[in-house]
Design a protein around this ligand. Sequence first.
Ligand code: NAX
Length: 328
Amino acid sequence: MNKPFKVTITGAAGNIGYALAFRVASGEMFGPDQPVILRLHEIPQAQASLKGVGMELEDCAFPLLHDIVLTDNAEIGFRETDYAILVGAKPRSKGMERNDLITENARIFSSQGRSINDHASENVRVLVVGNPANTNALIAASNAPDLHPRQFSAMTRLDHNRAKGLLANKTNKLVADITRMTVWGNHSVTQYPDINNCMIDGVSAYELVSRDWAIDHMIPRIQRRGAEIIEARGLSSAASAADAVVDHMRDWCRGTGDQDWVSMSVMSDGSYGVSEGIMFSFPVTTKDGEYQIVQGLELDEFDRSRLKASEQELLEERAIIADLLPKN
Ligand code: NAX
């Protein structure tokens, strides 16, 4: 039997946390031979509800779930953790300005970054889901001086999966037939879902759909899919977000193979002319907990303008929280 992975989920009693914890415990993230210990973290006001999540997990009798830790203490939550999934975040309240939301979350994620630095496994892999996810991931990574920024990421996998679903629907093909989807940029309305390199069942996507359809229909639909779900459900995406977390972590840990790639927001190294020092979604291949940004893709003027718009937004977000970034 493998040694259990310690997996921390913050915001574990929330919408996404509730959908996610059970899937990790059932083995969907790390496979049927990999036991896990769940460390579920919540704010003090949510401890009663977290207790209920813990009770239900127990009632599932998952063979791979070796222990459950419930806590409101970040030090305990992140202690020796191998995988930290940061879902808990402050939602936008009525009348709150965007800048205030970014700043309030930056405080949470700077403190969690320090806590991960001090208490997690030195090989920890961190995924930030709580919004604004890219900038929260930047601030967490920046506050973890003993860890490498490559150990941090933010989630654009839900956008990636949404784009695959829409394309499969449009072409009447299976999602499994679609490879090389890319989402560039920020997890926000400036993101750029790009099907230029997509293959569907062995042929280029543009043999089956037009570029006009992609630009006029697909891109805006994916950019606004979150709002569309809220309108339909009265609640934001939860099961699909949890599913994307499972995909993101599974692929990061177990690898994509070299025939396909996935979208992950990672620290920009200047690839494709994107400014360094922001968490930007790129196409990546993964192997054994490492990722490589796919190089050499051609970008035309339209593509570059979309990347620039998202880069600009991320630079603006970074400027808002500049005070919380450690000075070198
Ligand atoms: P909920 O409000 O249902 O749950 C969030 C939970 O986090 C709450 O239970 C709350 O008590 C807890 N929390 C708040 N501050 C905390 C802190 N400092 N430490 C630990 N826990 C804390 O939101 P939910 O629908 O689960 O969404 C969670 C986050 O994911 C939101 O920020 C949301 O915007 C973001 N999303 C990100 C997505 C992505 O693709 N990156 C997609 C889905 C989702 O919108």
